[in-house]
Each structure stands twice: as structure tokens, then as C-alpha cells.
Design a protein around this ligand. Sequence first.
Ligand code: AQP
Length: 343
Amino acid sequence: MADDTQAYKGPKRVFSGVQPTGDLHLGNYLGALKKFVALQDDMECVYCIVDLHAITVWQDPKELADQTRQIAAAYLASGVDPAKAIVYNQSAVRAHSELAWYFNCVARIGWLNRMTQFKDKAGKNSEKMSVGLYDYPVLQAADILAFKATHVPVGEDQKQHLELTRDIAAKFNHDFNAPNFFPLCEPLIKGPGARIMSLRDGTAKMSKSDPSDNSRINLTDDADKIAKKIRKAKTDAGEMPADIEGLEGRPEIANLVGIYAALAERTDADILAQYGGQGFGGFKSDLADVAVAALQPITDLMVRYLSDPEELNRILAKAADRATEIADPIVADVRKIIGFCGS
Ligand code: AQP
């Protein structure tokens, strides 16, 4: 695998996406958006709002476009610059759907059966879920490979899906005797914020679909709400540990320390050295200040962007044209490689 990654000689390109399925939270910000901004000066970046993924579960047609603009506003407010990065919604670029079908014929059912995210989301109701939810990782592979993306910044929950993307790319290259046609993309997961956990349960991922709003900090929360949620965040009967070993078996404390470190751009060890031996009150109060200082400017800017939906529509449409210019020739080559008549 490693040799194959290096063997790909095409340009380096970043692709990632976020679903328009509700308010973005701190996990989405630290696991994805913050990384998006950091990469846009170094490589060509394609940042998608994955509305085709969103409809794998029911979305109200009256709300989908608003939700899509909400994510676009969050991208821009976080610092993604549409003059540098390509920011568009997935359904506006046909290459995603077309390539997903070709990859449906490359991916194996056994591979999809192993995907833990589908099992987690479907629970005991897998028979009643849409085929799209089951097939979600194949569309994700098409998203990435329609741009021959070489780097994919995501949170840790997406690791298994990116391994599947690499498997699909490798099998396509092998089956069609097209060595290195698709790159084996490199996940950019490591670093602070890769896995932010629920404020109510340090063993569960912070998630949009958690029924408890107190489990997450939303990018739309105001300063009071952020402070209240952090005050209420679950801790334990002990005190703040002074070193990393002291976080062992204390997932809620480890999560809060990780959030502090990621937002303040400091290390966990540094935070622990400062607060070790103290109660949680002062630490939580400082964490709330750090969170408000980092998130409030983003929230304010989001409101400004959302006040002009037509401008957001224009930004998305222009970027969709740029995305189509990159993806269409790649998918045309795929048609030729597969051997379709007239391609
Ligand atoms: N808790 C998290 N910590 C770090 N990164 C996270 N991401 C999501 N949750 C965390 C990353 O955010 C990006 C966008 O995610 P998404 O909206 O496309 O889908 P998701 O992973 O399904 O987000 P949620 O909040 O967990 O939604 P539900 O509740 O619907 O499952 C991805 O890069 C993801 O890794």
C-alpha cells in the first residue's frame, strides 16, 4: 500500500466534506473545519457540503437548502477562503453520483458489511434503513476519487471509511490494469481534536444526532450557553490530575483537557501541569472562556454570512463549476478505462 501511495504521480489535492444534517458542533470544528483552514495555503483544497450523503436519512425538502447554506456559512466563518478553496454542494456536481455507481460495481458486499458506522447508525433496524445509508462509504470513495484527492482531513470516526476508499482505488487500478490511476489517499486524522467526546459521556463521540443538546457545544451556541454546558459537563469525584498518566480511566476529564488543549493550541501536559491538584471549578471556568473566545467570532460571522443567502448561493454555484471542471475529465477517463461504447 505504502509503495502504491508514493507511486501516484498526480498533483496533491485535499478533499473533505460535512453533511448538512443539523448544527455543527465542536467535534466537527476541531476534527474537520480547523484542519480545512490550515491546509488551504499549502494545497488545492476541495471542501464539499455533502447533501447527497444527508439524504441517506430523511431530510425535510423545505429545510435542506437552508441547512446547506448553514454549513457553507460555517466553513467561511471558520476561515475557509472561497478564493483559495473550492466550496460547493455535492448534488450540484454530477460526477459524484456517476462515479459512485461505477464503484458500487468494484466494492464488495463483504467490505461494506464490516463498516461499523452503518451498524452504529442502523442499530437493530438495519432492515428498515435506506440502501443509501448502507452504501454511504462507496459514495464517500467517489467523492474523494472524483478529484483524485491525495489527502483527506477528517475526524477519527471516518478512519474505516477512508480505508475502504483506498481498497476501492486499489481494486479499480488492479482490475482495470490502470496502475496508479487513482491515488491511495492519505487520511489526515492525527492531531488535537481528532475525536471529541460527548460532554455527558466520555466514551461516546460528540455527535449532532445525540438527543441531549447538553452533550455538545454547537457553533451556534452563545457565550452563556457554552459556559452553562461546560459547567454541567460530567466529571468525577476526584481532582484534576497533574500528568497524562492521571487521565487513565477518566474519559470525561481526558476529553475536557483535550478540548482545552485543542482550542488554546497548547498540549494536554501543559494544561495538566497548570491545573493538577485543583478542583474542577476553576478549570471549567477557564475552559469556558477559552471556548467562547475561540467560537464566538465564528458564530458572529456565521450570522453575517447567513444574512445574505443569495451571496452564499453564488459562492456555491461558482465553486461547483470549478469542481465540475476538475471532476468531469477524471470520470470521463474512468468511462474509457471501463470500456463503455462511445466513451
Ligand atoms: N466528535 C467528533 N470529533 C472529531 N471529529 C468529528 N467529526 C464528527 N464528529 C466528530 C468530523 O466532522 C466531519 C463532518 O462530519 P459529518 O457531519 O459529515 O458526519 P458525522 O461524522 O456523522 O457527524 P456527527 O456529528 O457525528 O453526525 P451524526 O450524529 O449524524 O453521526 C467529519 O470529518 C467527521 O470525522
